[in-house]
Design a protein around this ligand. Structure first.
Ligand SMILES: C[S@@+](CC[C@H](N)C(=O)[O-])C[C@H]1O[C@@H](n2cnc3c(N)ncnc32)[C@H](O)[C@@H]1O
Ligand code: SF4
Length: 426
């Protein structure tokens, strides 16, 4: 850390010690122009909104594609996505920055046909410095054929994240998904055959879940031997069929306490099978760090986001694209970036964001925080950390702040408590 105090050591009123800069020039190091703009890592997020059904619990903005117009609509969207990639790279001069991760999310990107995937990946290569980044694609089991998996492999997809949600057929059906336990297991086998890193998502708290059905899903997930299992707590949003069902008294979901017990059961079983928590509700074999995109973006690296409703970050700007498909296509065709809203982070926002999002990664490197922000988090949040430690949500060493199993179970509670503490300095 720079200590320039001696440069400013004139405490009495005096005309000596004219300030030209901070820190003063002797602290500056030799560097070139490329280091300013080109050296920083860049992540890429691509969004495709299309799905083959609208799952009852899902809160994402998705478009349910009818077979009749599927081809044309996707082709129009993919053309716009490629145009946006070219426009953005040019506008922000991003061509030479090293891309460390590409994340293709949705909706259901695995629904795109092979030619579309090729077009998108080819465009990325034309406009960005893509060498050997992590390349994740989200996939719904029923959409993953062997032919598509082979194509994905050829395009260098090296991480596949599949929504399984449950291995119980009645629960899957009740969620309006077209999958089944058998189809899910088959798709996992296909995905494993590609040699990519495989993650599967489960959701605790789906309608119809019982301790028995949940235990079955967790055991099946472990039995697949995939690299990581993510267990999502079911969030209830007003744009879902679940929400309507609750309002009309036609649906009952597991209570918060039941869901907490399901999550606890999953944590215990996964840990017994050596799947250890590596990021929020994500359990990896032996706790290995096997994902680049989430940690990098959670720790504040830049992320270029493409597609409707996609959100990203460049420097201190957070921004989100329009969520109107037609508007998106028209704006991009007119050569405009389809950004709808944004936020310019202050230093305090940035610090709070780093803490809240880093806690999702289960542990926060205290030296990293101090190096980045110039403050010791342990000092800024001393009282809160003492309380969280006494209540067994976290453990703190000289090097790191780590969530305990109780802290993990309570999700964002620790991050939010630290955010409140940081805000009190404002
Ligand atoms: C975009 S989807 C994944 C890919 C694919 N569309 C699929 O469903 O198989 C990402 C994940 O979000 C999770 N998800 C969706 N709705 C949720 C909700 N209401 N609460 C918590 N997680 C949810 C699901 O686990 C889902 O697998
Ligand atoms: S869970 Fe996946 S498949 Fe279902 S609606 Fe949401 S994004 Fe689409």
């Amino acid at each position: 850390m720079i200590n320039t105090r001696q440069d400013y050591d004139y405490w009495d009123p005096t005309r000596k010690g004219f300030v030209t800069n901070y820190p003063n020039f002797p602290h500056w190091k030799r560097m070139t122009a490329e280091q300013i703009t080109d050296g920083r890592p860049l992540n890429i997020y691509l969004h495709t909104p299309y799905c083959i059904q609208r799952c009852s619990y899902c809160y994402y903005k998705t478009v349910n594609l009818e077979n009749s117009d599927r081809k044309d609509r996707m082709a129009r969207y993919v053309d716009a996505l490629c145009r946006e990639i070219a426009l953005t790279s040019d506008y922000y001069h991003l061509k030479n920055r090293p891309v460390i991760s590409v994340y293709f999310g949705g909706g259901t990107p695995s629904l795109l046909d092979e030619a579309h995937l090729e077009q998108i990946v080819g465009t990325l290569h034309d406009h960005f410095r893509i060498e050997t980044p992590e390349f994740t694609m989200e996939a719904e089991p029923v959409t993953l054929s062997s032919a598509k998996a082979e194509r994905m492999m050829a395009l260098k997809v090296n991480r596949i994240s599949m929504g399984i949600q449950s291995f119980n057929d009645a629960i899957i059906k009740g969620s309006h998904r077209l999958d089944s336990e058998r189809k899910a297991l088959k798709a996992i086998d296909i995905a494993k055959g590609t040699g990519a890193t495989i993650n599967i998502d489960l959701m605790s708290g789906l309608a119809g879940e019982t301790p028995e059905t949940w235990a079955h899903s967790v055991q099946r997930a472990i039995g697949t031997g995939v690299d990581s299992v993510t267990v999502y707590k079911t969030e209830l949003y007003s744009n879902t069929a679940y929400y309507q069902g609750i309002r009309n008294n036609t649906l009952e979901l597991p209570s918060d306490d039941e869901e907490m017990r399901y999550m606890q059961h999953a944590m215990e079983q996964l840990q017994q099978a050596d799947y250890l928590p590596w990021s929020f509700y994500n359990f990896t074999k032996r706790g290995g760090p096997i994902h680049v995109h989430a940690p990098s973006t959670f720790r504040g690296d830049d992320c270029c986001a493409f597609g409707i409703s996609a959100f990203g970050r460049l420097d201190q700007w957070l921004y989100q694209n329009t969520n109107d498909e037609q508007k998106y296509i028209e704006q991009v065709a007119a050569g405009q970036l389809p950004i709808q809203r944004g936020y310019n982070l202050t230093s305090l926002d940035d610090m709070i964001r780093d803490v809240v999002l880093s806690m999702k990664l289960v542990s926060l490197d205290l030296a990293w925080f101090q190096h980045k922000h110039g403050f010791k988090l342990q000092s800024l949040c001393a009282e809160t950390l003492d309380r969280l430690t006494a209540e067994e949500f976290v453990s703190v060493t000289d090097d790191e702040l780590r969530l305990t199993p109780k802290g993990i179970l309570h999700g964002d509670y620790t991050g939010k408590s630290l955010a409140r503490s940081l805000m009190s300095h404002y």
